[in-house]
Ligand binder design. Sequence first.
Ligand code: SF4
Length: 176
Amino acid sequence: MIIHPVKQFPVPGNSIIKLSYPSLSFSELMMRATVDFTLLVGHLKSGGIWIDNGKNGNTDEMAAISLKILQALGKRFTGAVYVACPSCGRSQFDVIEKLKKVKTVTSHLKGLKIAVMGCVVNGIGEMSDADYGFVGAGQGKVNIYRAGKLVVKNIPEKEAVNELVSLIKKSNDWKA
Ligand code: SF4
């Protein structure tokens, strides 16, 4: 069942909420849809949403955005989930660059939560619910955590992403 969310509340359990954005650019649509579905999160019961761009209907691009929004809202997981600090003067590496590298090799690991934190000072507490943590331990060094426990210490930054993958594999959380 597809309904218009504003006209018909409460939403039946099997409904897909459809929102239409006929005249927005791609980036505007992404922002608007993310905000709108976040506001509607209490009504998302089925794990399905429909974003209509008014041009080609529900294209692959729209479907991909829908899945990302559902994952961000914790409604349906189709890949790994990431937590990262905003970085600051204490960062021991370029957090954005490292996050990109970690994402490149782990994004297919459905439901796994991976944290990338710039330092151990606040990073450990902020990643407490992550399955794996990739944390700056000193200039050019990284510590890797599993379920909040330090597992591999002071790895050279260049080897750290491979080391993270290796730990995920050893822990049987890796899927090809
Ligand atoms: S985790 Fe460390 S590097 Fe990241 S923002 Fe917090 S204090 Fe800064």
